[in-house]
Design a protein around this ligand. Structure first.
Ligand code: ATP
Ligand code: MG
Length: 929
């Protein structure tokens, strides 16, 4: 007993010492700071540094915010700042601070030191700064340095702004989705960078990219092709560099509004994907070597093209006037060579045979092109079949280049051709049969005559086409990975108005305190944090992150935490009347926010899911955090609190496909028309195609079934419930994992071996198609034994076309036209359910089959994202400040809910899962590591 008391006393003394230590620690540091800077108009006279202007502290007197923006401060910053271990926000922009910028504590989330006179930053500054969200170091007279490798550790980074900071060298390959999944703003203008835009940018979620005005001799160069895979881009400033090659295909950059390409060496025809881009507002093309017809943009676009004065190689100076047919042919001939710069700079005007010589083009006196001489030009790429359109050419000299692919068979039809010299290239394939008398020189092409080029099985011209297509497809697929910030903003704006968030602090391990909850349930624990009032601290929840288990590859859940208190309120305290339905893992409630926005809250029953449920929960958050698509149900937020696990989804007012296919009679509604079913099938296929085709990972749903297909008021469908999805290990499309899914929809190989590939989803999808055709469930126990399993019955019936009309859902009224598509879908369904996975088509094929059968849908109402109140234009800080304006900055982030919230409905006990103390504990131990 005596030992116990003294132990407690010791502990108390230790804790008070720690407290005093921390206090005096910040006190000493702040006093040091006070001496190293001049504070012209700062009132820093109070004894308590927490009362100094621009300084904010937590409840325990630890400094959380230092805001010295434009305060005409001079001097330098002390090394001791690194000891402010609860500092989350530091801003000293627009002052005259100088000297070396010191190390900062790793609690820091926002750092703005732009527009000062700092002369250096440690190269390893970012090594431990894993909580940084925003960094602005622009306009400081640093001595030359490279983009620090240590930046790689800032996985939560959203903004990196380093304009005019004396960077030299290349842009490292780590900028991209892999390292910085949340990066939306990258500004590197006015440095001395050189080299190309790294390929790692492909597929990134960057919205603002500034690399303009590099001061190095070589500047940034090579092509801009990576931009076409950066589908979140809204603003591109690459002007004032040495970029070459054509303007990339912008057709998938549907949010792009500002493109500045001027003062480069871009060549080729301005693609219509740019000139007709709907979102475009500003475009600047002046001083390039662009070819073809000067593009016509929509009237609303502010265009800077300066054809009169600027450098260009357009065929005319009249905007929109087409080039001559001959010029168009010549341009298509050099297109596969990437529109070489020397050609662009030589081919001026609209007539190759009159006026200045066109490089490589020889004309007869009568004005016909008779020789094309591209020998020794260093061209790479394939030989265009368009050469064949140059009907007067007698000699085609392409020797001594790096040409790949095959000799197009079209060349054999050139009527007056006498010589084709393709010697000393890297061509392969059969030589087409030319007329007698045509000299064809193919020497020095080791693979000519072979079916495939040596060592690269698929690099034919056809192969290259495929490659292009692949890129296009990937671009299309990644288009939806945007707006997560917006989702976070949504959560802040909608919920922040009146409530604290669930627990943003869970992510900052050393800030977690687990203590008994003072409520009716003495066993339960609540996770709360040391009080904090800083802006930065509030934002911390967003990115420092609820770090997910390795199985989901440390995806950060983002700012999506919602408090149980809010969820109780909006669901009328989980009242039975609000129940939308129950599934394998819990109950789904309808909720309504103050502004009328409806949500669906999935409350997992802990005792039913156990650990498996927690995994699933995290997996679902991680997946939905990464995946966003018009045909996937959006996750608005989640809550892990008070032994509760809840997911908050967008509300889908028309319920599930299952209800509409099977329960319509009971619900008193009408059966779905055939066209409707087709359109739903296409929506689902598109959603799943997206899952299967994400650029870096493959997502497999594994539980596709009609109850996981939800419908909006417009009867457009979205796929829900990614709780069973696991990220496939890098580079592997197939992996062994535990069995999940629902009987009747399980692919045989999955059921037998547990082996999962995208083809298990195709199988389930096939079953859904069969259900749509027949109106029968995957398993119908009321049927005779041999007909219980829909797939077996359906495939049997399909063999006998005469009897097949028996399978058609009697509720369907199919006309002639419908009947045609009906057979197509029946065939497709059967293929999808093929026993062998490799006999099943992929989702891309399914979309291609369905798309022509479905009338093109034009949204009548505003974009779905707008409908749900998500403002994708709003940055997280903006959202936060909007929230703060609504609420006033809270001094506490205590997340406990008041017991007065428990009203009679909850007290009926019907919907309260028993609370076990284990969950919060296991949560902290899992996630605090
Ligand atoms: P499983 O748990 O295996 O996925 P399930 O899909 O039937 O089975 P839940 O996902 O828990 O179960 O959903 C239960 C019901 O709640 C659904 O059948 C549907 O009626 C309703 N529901 C779920 N999500 C939403 C939503 N976002 N909007 C509207 N209703 C929903
Ligand atoms: Mg479901």
């Amino acid at each position: 007993m005596g030992f116990g008391v003294s132990y407690v006393l010791q502990l108390m003394v230790m804790f008070s010492l720690m407290f005093v230590c921390a206090l005096s620690q910040d006190d000493v540091v702040m006093k040091k700071l006070k001496t190293t800077i001049s504070k012209n108009n700062l009132d820093w006279s109070d004894k308590d540094f927490c009362n100094w202007k621009g300084v904010r502290c937590s409840g325990t007197k630890r400094v959380t915010t230092i805001e010295l923006r434009s305060s005409t401060v001079e001097g330098s910053l002390p090394q001791e700042l690194v000891q402010l271990t609860e500092l989350t926000y530091f801003r000293c922009s627009g002052n005259s601070l100088s000297g070396n910028f010191p190390y900062m504590p790793n609690s820091l989330q926002k750092l703005y030191i732009d527009n000062n006179k700092f002369t250096s930053m440690p190269n390893d500054f970012f090594t431990n700064m894993s909580n940084l969200i925003e960094v602005a170091i622009d306009y400081n007279p640093f001595s030359q340095w490279q983009i620090p490798f240590s930046l790689k550790n800032c996985l939560a980074l959203q903004t990196f702004s380093a304009v005019n900071v004396s960077f030299v060298g290349v842009i490292p390959e780590f900028f991209g989705e892999e390292t910085f999944p949340s990066l939306t703003t990258l500004k590197l203008s006015f440095n001395s960078l050189e080299g190309n835009l790294p390929n790692s940018l492909s597929g990134s979620s960057i919205q603002t990219l500034w690399v303009n005005g590099q001061k190095s001799n070589n500047k940034l160069n090579a092509t801009l092709s990576v931009l076409q895979n950066m589908t979140s881009l809204q603003q591109i400033w690459v002007h004032g560099n040495s970029f070459t090659g054509p303007i990339p295909d912008f057709s998938n950059l549907d949010q792009l509004y500002d493109v500045s390409l001027r003062d480069n060496q871009l060549t080729g025809v301005v693609p219509s994907s740019l000139s007709s881009l709907q979102s475009l507002k500003i475009v600047n093309l002046t001083n390039n070597d662009l070819q073809g017809s000067p593009p016509k943009f929509q009237d609303s676009v502010q265009v800077d093209i300066d054809i009169d004065k600027g450098r260009h190689s357009f065929c005319t100076e009249v905007v929109g006037q087409p080039c001559s047919q001959l010029v168009n042919v010549l341009l298509s001939v050099v297109e596969p060579f990437g529109y070489p710069l020397k050609i662009a700079q030589s081919w001026k005007g609209n007539d190759p045979c009159h006026g200045p010589n066109w490089l490589g083009v020889v004309c007869s006196s009568s004005g016909n092109i008779i020789i094309i001489d591209f020998e020794n030009k260093g061209f790479s790429g394939s030989i265009s079949p368009s050469f064949a359109s140059l009907g007067t050419v007698t000699k085609l000299r392409l020797a001594n280049n790096n040409l790949t692919g095959t000799i197009p068979k079209e060349l054999a039809s050139m009527p007056v051709l006498q010589l084709l010299d393709v010697s000393n290239n890297s061509l392969y394939g059969q030589i087409p049969s030319f007329r007698a008398g045509v000299v064809v020189n193919t020497n020095g092409n080791p693979d000519i005559g072979k079916d495939k080029p040596h060592g690269s099985p698929d690099s034919s011209s056809g192969g290259e086409d495929k490659k292009k297509l692949g890129v296009g497809a990937i671009v299309g697929i990644v288009i939806g990975i945007v707006g997560l910030l917006g989702v976070g903003a949504f959560v802040f704006v909608i919920y922040g108005k009146r409530y604290n968030k669930c627990d943003n602090k869970v992510q900052t391990p050393n800030a977690i305190v687990v203590h008994p909850r003072h409520s009716g349930d003495g066993n339960a624990v609540k996770i709360s944090v040391a009080a904090s009032e800083s802006v930065g601290a509030s934002v911390a929840g967003g990115t420092g992150g609820f770090s997910l288990s390795s199985s989901v590859q440390n995806v950060e859940a983002g700012n999506m935490v919602i408090s149980i208190r809010v969820l109780r309120e909006v669901t009328n305290n989980f009242c039975d009347e609000n129940i939308l339905g129950k599934g394998g893992f819990g109950t789904v409630y309808k909720g309504e926010l103050d502004d009328g926005t409806k949500i669906a809250v999935k409350r997992m029953q802990s005792e039913m899911v156990g650990d498996k449920g927690l995994d699933e929960f995290k997996s679902e958050i991680a997946v939905l955090t990464k995946v966003r698509h018009r045909h996937l149900v959006a996750l608005h937020g989640y809550c892990l609190e008070d032994n509760e696990k809840l997911l908050v989804y967008e509300y889908m007012p028309q319920g599930t496909l299952s209800q509409h296919l099977f329960d319509w009679k009971d619900d008193g509604s009408k059966p779905l028309e055939w066209k409707r079913r087709l359109s739903i099938a296409l929506d689902v296929a598109r959603g799943v195609e997206y899952l299967h085709g994400l650029a870096h990972q493959i997502f497999i749903h594994r539980d596709l079934k009609p109850s996981n297909i939800l419908l909006g008021d417009d009867m457009r469908a979205k796929v829900s419930d990614f709780g069973l999805v696991r990220l496939a290990p890098e580079g592997q499309a197939s992996f062994q994992t535990r069995l999940a899914g629902t009987f009747g929809y399980l692919a045989p190989e999955y059921a037998v071996t547990g082996r999962v590939t995208t083809k298990v989803d195709i199988y389930s999808y096939g079953v859904i198609l069969m259900e749509m055709i027949t109106g029968r469930r995957a398993i119908e126990n009321s049927q005779p034994e041999e007909n219980i399993h829909l797939v077996a019955w359906f495939r049997r019936m399909l063999l006998n076309k005469d009897s097949f009309d028996k399978v058609i859902d009697p509720a369907l009224n199919i006309n002639e036209e419908g009947l045609k598509s009906f057979w197509t879908i029946a065939e497709l369904a059967s293929q999808c359910c093929a026993r062998e996975p490799h006999h099943r088509p992929n989702m891309g094929h399914i979309v291609n089959v369905l798309a022509p059968l479905v009338e093109i849908w034009k949204p009548a109402e505003p974009d779905a994202d707008d409908m749900y109140g998500i403002d994708f234009d709003m940055s997280l800080p903006q959202a936060l400040s909007k929230w703060q304006n609504l609420e006033g900055i809270s001094n506490t982030l205590d997340v406990s809910y008041s017991s007065s919230m428990v009203d009679s409905c909850e007290n009926t006990q019907s919907s309260i899962p028993p609370r076990s103390p284990g969950f919060a504990n296991s949560f902290t131990s899992t996630d605090a590591r």
